[in-house]
Design a protein around this ligand. Structure first.
Ligand code: SAH
Ligand code: SF4
Ligand code: F3S
Length: 469
């Protein structure tokens, strides 16, 4: 960590102390502890940020509650698709009525949506009850921003266009005691033509391998057995470091950490997936047998318009190399339906890839126009009805291939990490297979956080029912 980053981290610790005292006074006056709630939208990166934000709020003395009827409410927003955006405005409507009842309540907004100028303008004009707005590059400043708000009558707005420093050494709370996400890089340089992420998350920056290893060692010492390495395009990790390190090399270093049992990562861009990575995965004991490899479209013509920089054939060849090297690998993907100019032929190419690649599952999205991206001004935007009809057809093909993949594993006994009580049946717990699929089986709470061997009794399409072996 460079000196300037350490100095900023120290400064923020000071801010936390000052703010903590003010919150203590407030809570004394009110005769009860102050509460907080964070609602997180979007991807793993946002969830990771929310853990850091929660860490700061708890250090300030706020108590976590399950409802947004709290003294401090933070919406960590996503703007990757329009519906993610709409959800946030929905929540804001509700929050307004809570604040009427509790005028001392503070409402803060952060995350990707706040990096968009038109969003901030709209909030300033129409949602004046919001107290604090900040973006994706300065989340570590939360205590300072609360301090500022407590000393002022106006809305505090602090949004940076890009990161100045990576400030990491601040408190954090983790949702699970036994597994954790670890940022290995921030931002994205790919500028896929439909995607807003590079605009709201800034340019790609990798963390130093030593800092990543140190963080994972610390997590393991706290009881973590599984880490998920996070980045928008992990396969280009390390290219811009002063002493470049490849993602495969980083994985090898992580593998050596004693006590760590499982390694996952997300997301892999097909254009940067190296042979070195395939070999490291193949020979690893800890890297999970799962790869999320978004294709977006099966049509080479559209892939070109999307600026993905691979063809359908290159992608399928990559899948074949992966399957040959790692036969038990589970593959998942992201697909966009209704990209501008998508013809029935283009769409059938996508269906063809789904059938050939035999995904374990696929996240399918209706194309959503994002202002400021090149695709937003492309001609031939697809009518919603056409896109929806294709979307439904795609869903049924995906369901078919994933059911086939899941069914093929029935009868095996596999190692799973037990994660939580099953949401569907209180007598069961849920375990995650190395390949990322879930199995529900009868079990006690004491199993949570441990690795167990489970027999896969029955497939239910996307998950299994099983029993302890
Ligand atoms: N960095 C990751 C994806 C991040 S966004 C990658 O490159 O794979 C997650 C997914 O959202 C993308 O894979 C894409 O399928 C989808 N997505 C992004 N922008 C979109 C848009 N404008 N409309 C619909 N889906 C979109
Ligand atoms: Fe968006 Fe493409 Fe970057 Fe993924 S790689 S975040 S889809 S621009
Ligand atoms: Fe959404 Fe931002 Fe992630 S736009 S998908 S939360 S990087």
């Amino acid at each position: 960590m460079i000196e300037r980053e350490q100095a900023e981290a120290n400064r923020q610790m000071q801010m936390i102390e000052t703010c903590r005292e003010r919150i203590r006074q407030k809570s004394k006056k009110m005769g009860r502890p102050l509460t907080y709630h964070i609602s997180t939208f979007g991807c793993q990166m946002n969830f990771k940020d929310s853990e850091k934000l929660a860490g700061i709020l708890e250090r300030l003395g706020y108590l976590a509650v399950e409802t947004e009827e709290a003294d401090f409410v933070l919406l960590n927003t996503c703007t990757v698709r329009e519906n993610a955006n709409q959800k946030v405005y929905g929540h804001l409507g509700q929050l307004k009525s809570y604040k009427k009842k509790n005028p001392d309540m503070m409402i803060a907004l952060c995350g990707c949506m706040m990096q968009e100028q038109q969003v901030v303008t709209r909030i300033k004009e129409r949602y004046r009850f919001v107290d604090i707005i900040f973006g994706t590059h300065n989340i570590y400043k939360l205590a300072e921003l609360i301090n500022n708000r407590l000393s002022s009558d106006a809305m505090i707005i602090d949004i940076w266009n890009d990161a100045k420093e990576i400030v990491e050494d601040l408190p954090t709370v983790r949702k699970f005691s036994f597994k954790a996400g670890v940022n290995i890089m921030f931002g994205c340089n790919n500028f896929c033509s439909y995607c807003i992420v590079p605009y709201v998350r800034g340019r790609e920056r990798s963390r130093e391998p030593e800092d990543i290893i140190k963080e994972i060692q610390q997590l393991v010492s706290e009881g973590v057995v599984e880490v998920m390495l996070l980045g928008q395009n992990v396969n280009s990790y390390g290219k811009n470091l002063e002493h470049p390190v490849s993602f495969a090399q980083l994985l090898q270093k992580v593998e050596e950490i004693p006590g760590l049992k499982r390694i996952r990562f997300m997301t892999s861009h097909p254009k940067d997936l190296s042979e070195e990575l395939i070999q490291v995965m193949k020979h690893s004991d800890k890297i999970c047998r799962h790869l999320h490899l978004p294709i977006q479209s099966g049509s080479t013509r559209l892939l070109d318009k999307m600026n993905r920089r691979y063809t359908k054939e290159q992608y399928l060849m990559l899948v074949e190399r992966l399957r040959t090297a790692i036969p038990d690998l589970s593959l998942t993907t992201d697909i966009i339906v209704g990209f501008p100019g998508e013809t029935e032929e283009d769409f059938l190419e996508t269906i063809d890839v789904v059938k050939k690649a035999e995904y374990d599952s696929a996240y399918t999205f209706l194309y959503s126009k994002r202002t400021g991206t090149p695709a937003a001004v492309m001609e031939d935007q697809i009518p919603e009805a056409v896109a929806k009809e294709r979307f439904l057809r795609l869903l049924s093909v995906v369901a078919e291939t994933s059911a086939k993949r899941t069914a093929a594993l029935v009868g095996q006994t596999v190692e799973v990490l037990v994660e939580e009580r099953s949401e569907q049946d209180a007598s069961m717990v849920t375990g995650r297979l190395s390949n990322n699929l879930l199995v529900h089986f009868i079990g006690e709470d004491t199993l949570i956080g441990s690795l167990q061997n489970v027999h896969l009794d029955e497939s239910r399409g996307f998950y299994f029912l099983g029993s302890l072996a």
